[in-house]
Design a protein around this ligand. Structure first.
Ligand code: NDP
Length: 448
């Protein structure tokens, strides 16, 4: 821990005491508190009025049983979570993650990050996150539907279009959102924008599917342009092969880059000619198969077991788009040694603190998740606008708003870093810029 401010150090100690055995949450908190030290020096009122002590404590934690019946007629029980972290600037907003690794600490770290990310979008959305330790892999459509219905039967008591608006995340895509939306409507009788990432026939927004990946590339291109560079002609490595990874690949390719590697939780593929994205989409979005099946159509490509090896592939730009802590110090050092000049995070907290130090210490342009992957939630907020207005915008309209938002995020966070004497440190810039708006709203709203 490098905190020098005594009040912040005490807050961090309290966080660890109150949330034992939740290392991901501690990691997310310490990063923000470290960045905020110069802010606290200038604004001691944030300590005096308890803003810092309150911002690290969720407004509400909802934890529930999710019983469902599998295809063999056996009762299964999972655990569901929704953490409504901070509503100072708008209704809670943030995705639902279905993955066996989900527990309270993961949802807390994601919900905490979401507060600042949502603030950076410039849109009126508070921070929340939820999910379950349910594993959708290998489950039939019927099993996924029964699970989603049971999950929503409980969750629907706590959410609403002006209260809390969940979306997708790992393991939750269009299919799961559809099942949950149907159940919400059936129980409450309300046809309202309570979830985002909906299908286009029932209130979804064009460009939402693409938004996080496209937004990541708009952000990365803005960062590169600011340093008189661009995606054009670059070799790119993207981890994951889910929603974020697929559309990051598409936009990076449109910008003139060549994506040579992608992965899933079993291993990674390397195709020196450039990944055949249409085939990856077919495998992952339609057939729900493993990435190693890529070799069926492209036997000349390579498949390697184990997903961490992807960071040994030589590249100019790395876009981690799979999961938290997927780049450790060693992987970061290999990336730097192989000449990687830019890392922007599509996944949430994919780089460990030690990896970030390696990047920043070696002059690698580093775009943190809070800023770089905010395009997904920003477009979700645009979906909420369209739902309230009972109207829909064209793909081009949504996409151009998304691009503006991502370019503004880049400008705002680099300006914040500069203002506080940390020019080029986008981690600090994102934490500071995201925090200021929420903190000022909390100050204005009194002790709540
Ligand atoms: P998906 O479920 O669509 O894809 C996740 C991908 O990451 C899959 O390829 C998956 O492989 C891989 N993966 C998941 N867990 C692990 C693991 N423990 N180790 C290695 N690989 C893993 O999720 P998304 O693309 O939606 O999300 C990816 C990341 O982006 C997450 O960190 C999420 O929080 C973040 N994010 C997503 C947003 C969105 O709009 N979807 C918005 C902002 C951030 P496998 O299939 O084998 O599990």
């Amino acid at each position: 821990m490098k905190l020098t401010n005594k009040a912040l150090a005490e807050i961090y100690e309290d966080v660890k005491k109150r949330n034992p055995n939740e290392p991901e949450f501690h990691q997310a908190v310490i990063e923000v508190l470290e960045s905020l030290e110069p802010v606290i020096e200038k604004h001691p009122e944030f300590i005096e009025k308890g803003i810092m002590a309150r911002i690290v404590e969720p407004e509400r934690i909802i934890k529930f049983r999710v019983p469902w019946v599998d295809d063999n007629g056996k009762v299964q029980v999972n655990r569901g979570f929704r953490i409504q972290f901070n509503s100072a600037i708008g209704p809670y907003k943030g995705g639902l993650r279905f993955h066996p690794s989900v527990y309270e600490g993961i949802i807390k770290f994601l919900g905490f990050e979401q507060i600042f990310k949502n603030s950076l979008t410039g849109l009126p959305i508070g921070g929340g996150k939820g999910g379950s330790d349910f594993d959708p892999h290998g489950k039939s459509d019927g099993e996924v539907m029964r699970f989603c219905q049971s999950f929503m039967t409980e969750l629907c008591k706590y959410i609403g279009a002006d209260v809390d608006v969940p979306a997708g995340d790992i393991g939750v895509g269009g299919r799961e959102i559809g099942f949950m939306y149907g159940q919400y409507k059936r129980i409450t009788g309300k046809y309202e924008g309570v979830l985002t990432g909906k299908g286009l026939t029932y209130g979804g927004s064009l460009a939402r599917t693409e938004a996080t990946g496209f937004g990541l590339c708009y952000f990365t291109e803005a960062l590169l342009n600011d340093h008189k560079d661009s995606f054009k002609g670059k070799t790119v490595v993207i981890s994951g092969s889910g929603n974020v990874a697929i559309y990051a690949n598409q936009k990076a390719t449109e910008y003139g880059a060549k994506v040579v590697a992608m992965s899933d939780s079993n291993g990674y593929i390397y195709d020196k000619k450039g990944i055949d994205l249409a085939y990856v989409k077919q495998l992952k979005e339609v057939e729900r198969k493993r990435i190693k099946e890529y070799l069926v159509k492209h036997p000349e490509a390579e498949y390697h077991e184990g997903c961490r090896g992807i960071w040994t592939v030589k590249c100019d730009i790395a876009l981690p788009c799979a999961t938290q802590n997927e780049i450790d110090k060693e992987s970061a050092e290999i990336l730097v040694k192989n000449g990687c000049k830019c890392v922007c995070e599509g996944a949430n907290m994919p780089s460990t603190p030690e990896a970030i130090e390696v990047f920043q210490g070696n002059g690698v342009f580093f775009g943190p998740a809070k800023a770089a992957n905010a395009g997904g939630v920003a477009t979700s907020a645009l979906e909420m606008c369209q739902n309230s207005a009972r109207y829909s915008w064209t793909f081009e309209e949504v996409d151009s708003k998304l691009k503006d938002i991502m370019e503004n995020i880049y400008k705002n966070i680099s300006a914040a870093a500069k203002e506080y004497g940390m020019d080029g440190n986008l981690v600090a810039g994102a934490n500071i810029a995201g925090f200021m708006k929420v903190a000022n709203a909390m100050m204005a709203q009194g002790l709540v």
